[in-house]
Write a protein that binds this ligand. Structure first.
Ligand code: PSU
Ligand code: MN
Length: 304
């Protein structure tokens, strides 16, 4: 049951009904649509992700901010607006209140989507790759709010590891420090977004039943943190790590040269990767998110 209803939430009829009837629901974020992929592919992807969920008999709840409300579940027109509008704000946890107060359009990142999903009573959330510790963070201090939200908010985030543009071993170290379980779905190696694996060891988990069990035990133990499920991109769609790495190095040099900082770093890097790989990175990105939605659906069914 959805006991967390709150006047800040505007929940679509379908999502509301599903939550009331204890049917499976998954959350989807909107930054990936508004800032992570170019128009019009982003709209196609947003629609496709919802379709995949529905095909798996799970209700998708894409989350964004509009008219001073947290929208849980968007209609076609709202999805289109989000995908095509140029002045949508990128909203992480700290920007939610500000963007609501100003009634601006906001696309939620992993951190903000986790908060919204939790408020609505949604436990499972599919994304592409979470934000993390950036390369050279020892100089820039650039660490995504996604990590800290995972330590605070009890939502299961299904992700293809963390974005390869990051420093993945530092990302894993921080997750360990702040007490976030990282479970590799049928893998013992942390995936690197576009590539199915790295040599970084993580805890392997084989079934969605186990994932649900660990989540429930964690709550029973009194923890309120989330969990990261690392789901590798299917091998036939992956781009080998070494191939991506040289492009990533070029893209990061450009970030420095152009003095890009803060929230603009990740969208810039993702755009640059699409350019440097002539669209190959975008194709892989789409495939891995689809794959994450499928797994999230199976996990969500364990909670009904
Ligand atoms: N993964 C993608 N594309 C994206 C993102 C993740 O495939 O656009 C977004 C997510 O919304 C994530 C955000 O929460 O990037 C992280 O941004 P930052 O590094 O600024 O915290
Ligand atoms: Mn950052």
């Amino acid at each position: 049951m959805n006991n967390h209803k709150n006047e800040l939430l505007s929940i679509s009829k379908q999502v509301e009904q599903a939550l009331q009837n204890n049917q499976p629901v998954i959350a989807l974020e909107s930054t990936i649509i508004a800032h992570g992929m170019p128009f019009p592919q982003n709209l196609e992807v947003a629609r496709k992700l919802e379709e995949i969920a529905k095909k798996n008999k799970v209700v998708p709840a894409t989350i964004s901010l509009m008219d001073g409300k947290i929208k849980i579940g968007l209609n076609q027109q709202e999805l289109e607006e989000l995908a095509s509008s140029k002045n949508t704000r990128k909203v992480s946890s700290r920007e939610i209140a500000n963007v609501l107060a100003k009634k601006e359009m906001g696309a939620t990142t992993v951190s903000a989507t986790m908060i919204a999903a939790n408020m609505a009573g949604i436990k499972v959330f599919a994304t592409g790759g979470i934000g993390g510790v950036h390369r050279f963070a020892e100089q820039t201090f650039d660490i995504s709010a996604d990590l800290f939200e995972l330590s605070k908010t009890p939502v299961i985030v299904v992700s293809a590891g963390a974005k390869a543009i990051l420093d993945l071993s530092k990302t894993l170290e921080i997750l360990e420090t702040i007490g976030v379980p990282v479970l590799g779905f049928q893998t013992e190696f942390f995936p690197a977004f576009y590539s199915a694996k790295t040599n970084l060891k993580i805890e392997k988990i084989d079934t969605v039943k186990q994932i649900a069990k660990i989540y429930k035990l964690n709550r029973e133990l009194g923890f309120t943190n989330g969990m990261l499920i690392a789901n590798p991109i299917p091998q036939k769609y992956e781009i080998p790590f070494d191939e991506m790495d040289k492009f990533i190095t070029i893209a990061i040099k450009e970030v420095e040269k152009k003095e890009i900082t803060g929230q603009n770093v990740t969208p810039f890097l993702l755009r640059k990767m699409v350019e440097l790989t002539e669209g190959k990175s975008l194709a892989a990105n789409v495939k891995l998110v689809e794959n994450n939605v499928r797994l999230a659906c199976e996990i969500a069914k364990e909670f009904v």
